[in-house]
Design a protein around this ligand. Structure first.
Ligand SMILES: CCCCCCCCCCCCCCCC(=O)SCCNC(=O)CCNC(=O)[C@H](O)C(C)(C)COP(=O)(O)OP(=O)(O)OC[C@H]1O[C@@H](n2cnc3c(N)ncnc32)[C@H](O)[C@@H]1OP(=O)(O)O
Length: 152
């Protein structure tokens, strides 16, 4: 089992949409957060909180009845934090077009100890070319963020 990746699917229901049938962005964001949280909990074996979500851009409308699939992957592990890439695909089950990419984002999840403080998570060493590329890109993003924070 790959404990760094987890996929969850949901059919969108009327209570998640506006009167025109468009699913609220917040519903999708909550689903992404839950998927990121679940994989982070499984990876770290502890409760996790969301510390940060990077840019979100909705490329496609999502309508009631669509099957939405979130795949969350831990791409970088710090001392107590994990960067999780969440990819969202949407599928109209009545059409033959198959799943289409709707949006994606990076979530930073922090493992919390029972004392309410961040706690260490198991280290992660990327192995495949894709894993190493994602890991290196995460390091660049984190360094950029830290540099911006220092400027403030
Ligand atoms: C156990 C149960 C099992 C049940 C199974 C059920 C499964 C069902 C799944 C549902 C899953 C739902 C998942 C939703 C989870 C929420 O939505 S939680 C609610 C929203 N989030 C919050 O309330 C968090 C509020 N913020 C905080 O509590 C604190 O700011 C934090 C995030 C703990 C950080 O505290 P801090 O004092 O700044 O800690 P600090 O030691 O300085 O930093 C800790 C790490 O966080 C990083 N960090 C801190 N702030 C940031 C930031 N803004 N950006 C990036 N990184 C940051 C630091 O760089 C550091 O990283 P490392 O170098 O250690 O790797």
């Amino acid at each position: 089992m790959n404990n760094r990746q987890l996929t969850m699917s949901q059919v969108m229901l009327p209570h998640q949409a506006n009167v025109a049938g468009n699913v609220h962005g917040g519903e999708i964001m909550k689903f992404m957060d839950t998927t990121a949280g679940a994989v982070a909990i499984r990876y770290s074996k502890s409760n996790c909180v969301t510390a940060r979500v990077d840019e979100l851009e909705f490329h496609l409308p999502i309508f009631v009845g669509a099957l939405v699939t979130c795949t969350a992957t831990v791409v970088y592990v710090g001392r107590t934090s994990m960067e999780v890439f969440v990819n969202v695909e949407v599928e109209d089950l009545e059409s033959a077009s198959g799943p289409q990419k709707a949006l994606s984002a990076y979530f930073t999840m922090v493992a919390m100890g029972r004392n309410g403080k961040p706690q260490n998570v198991p280290p992660y060493e990327p192995v495949t070319e894709d894993e190493i590329r994602e890991h290196d890109a995460a390091q660049v993003r984190i360094a950029d963020r830290q540099a911006k924070k220092k400027k403030k």
